[in-house]
Write a protein that binds this ligand. Structure first.
Ligand SMILES: [Zn+2]
Length: 299
């Protein structure tokens, strides 16, 4: 394929991916299925980002290589992920079929979008991923989940301990942390659970038990959707949340006299009930809240 045509295709992929990422950021890090099937681009056109039949590989006719793959924990294929690499089964069908364009993505080193299912009809974008291996015997592709990992000889041979640690860090940043954020934003519908601010771009997915500590898992029940100011106040123990879902403000802060941010943003939050996720199973774990609240109360 001519160099210029490939450059055009690479550029088109970047434009599409940037627009999708912007939209995902707006929503809090995820995209509903309905938007993936008919996605508006900045130039006024629309593009289909996934196979309408919900198949794994999506090959738009006007592109040389696969635009996106879909992954799902409950999908029909046994896709496996480890050390920053995804093993992706060939799609069944006529010989070659949809797999040919995924192979083309490898040959031309074109970036592919991955949509990973995080909830019913809801997906997280992971971009770019690169096809780095193709095994016709096991009928599987190997994809690197980060551009940097293309340089690591993954998939075919075991990684050294240093490479393993490097891959784990990248995957945490690129895949796991954004997935935690997306799940929390989805559960809380992009709302600060303390003040009900509804701007995902001003919200964080906060951990109740800190990341890295025992029990600090990136699960929704260990998360709180908090605006930047309430997240910072929570981390600095100026704001506490009781196990029965009420807000408390640090005593000294309550007695201070200052401008509207202190008065409306903090003091008036004292004793407010938390705005909780709609689904019972998404609500914050009272046990974790209690442990954290004891530290707040001790200050
Ligand atoms: Zn807030």
């Amino acid at each position: 394929m001519a160099r210029d045509a490939l450059d055009d295709e690479r550029l088109r992929r970047e434009v599409i991916a940037a627009a999708v990422q912007r939209r995902a950021d707006e929503l809090g890090g995820y995209l509903p299925w309905t938007e993936l099937t008919d996605f508006p681009l900045p130039d006024g056109t629309t593009v289909r980002l996934v196979d309408p039949g919900r198949g794994g590989i999506w090959n738009p006719r006007d592109l040389v290589a696969t635009l996106s793959i879909l992954t799902s924990p409950d999908g029909p294929y046994a896709d496996r992920e480890s050390d920053g690499f995804l093993t992706y089964s060939y799609q069944s069908g006529p010989e070659g079929g949809k797999n040919l364009k995924l192979r083309a993505a490898m040959e031309h080193r074109l970036p592919v979008m991955r949509f990973d299912k995080i909830a019913k009809a809801t997906y997280q974008l992971i971009y770019p991923v690169f096809v780095i291996g193709d095994n016709p015997i096991t009928r599987e592709f190997t994809l690197a989940l980060d551009e940097q990992l293309r340089l690591v000889p993954g998939g075919s041979q075991p990684l050294s301990p240093i490479e393993k640690a490097y891959a784990a860090r990248l995957v945490r940043q690129r895949v796991h942390q954004p997935a935690f954020r997306a799940r929390v934003m989805l559960a809380y519908e992009g709302t600060c659970c303390v003040c009900t601010l509804k701007h995902p771009e001003l919200l964080d997915a906060a951990h109740i038990t800190e990341d890295g500590a025992e029990g600090g898992d990136p699960v929704v029940t260990n998360g709180l959707s908090l605006c930047k100011i309430h997240h910072a106040a929570y981390d600095r123990l100026l704001l506490g949340i009781t196990p029965d879902y009420e807000v408390r403000i640090n005593r000294r802060l309550l007695d201070e006299i200052d401008g509207p941010m202190l008065r409306h943003g903090l003091q008036e939050m004292h004793r407010r009930p938390l705005t909780l996720p709609r689904h019972q199973t998404d609500r914050p774990d009272p046990q974790r809240l209690e442990t954290r609240f004891e530290r707040f109360a001790a200050v």
